[in-house]
Design a protein around this ligand. Sequence first.
Ligand code: ZN
Length: 243
Amino acid sequence: MRILVISDIHANLTALESVLGVVGPVDATWCLGDVVGYGPDPNECIKTLQDLPNLTCLLGNHDAAALGQIDLNAFNREARASAQWTQEVLNFNSKQFLSSLPEKQEVSGVTLVHGSPRNPVWEYMLDSMTAELNFRSMTTHLCFVGHTHLPVAFYYYANSHPRVTWQLLRENESPVLNVRAFLNPGSVGQPRDHDPRASFAIFDSEAQTWQNYRVSYDISAVQERIRRSGLPLHHANRLAEGW
Ligand code: ZN
C-alpha cells in the first residue's frame, strides 16, 4: 500500500490542498493529529480529510483543546486564543469527527500517535533520551509521530550497547528502516524547521520505505485569512519563516 502520512495540518486548507495536489494516487492516508488550531480553516480541513479514502486520523492536543477536553491554561496565550476561536467556529460535523479520533492506533503493523507511545497526545519526541524511553513501551517495529512539526527519524540499535540516533529528514530523503524507528512527516500547515513549505511523507507498507517531501503553497492567502478572522497575527507571521 502507498500511504500518505501527514500531521499538524493546523487548519491550513491551502497547505493541505497543495499536498493533495502533488501526492498522486494513494491507498490510504494516515493523519497524526492537530487537524485544527492556529489556522483559519478548521471545518474545511476536516471536510477535506473526511473525503479521503481509507483515512486513519489520530487525536492531537489542539484537537482535544478545540473539543474542550483539556484545560486551555496548558497553552501559551496565543495558542489559547486560537483554541477559543476554533471552539467557537467548529460546526457539528467537525465536532463529531474530532470526538471520534483515537489517541493511539495500530494499522498494518505500525503504531500511530500524535506525540509518543507512552503519552500519545502530549509528549514531544524532540531528543534521543525521550525516544529511548519510548522505544521501551513500543510494541511495533515502526511508530509514526507528529506534534513537534519537525521531519525527523529516531533509530534504535539493539546491539550489546543499545543506542538511539536521530536524523533530520530532508526533502527526498529515505531513512533506512531495518531497525526500529520513530518517524515524523513534519507539519503540513505550520512547519518549524525553517523551511516554510508544507511537509509530508509517503510510506510504502510492503516495501517498508518512507520518503519525505515538501511542497510550496500560497502562504500570503492563508495569512490574509488569519488576519481577517481575528486570530493572533503571530500565527500568520511565522508561516512565512517556517518556525
Ligand atoms: Zn501541532
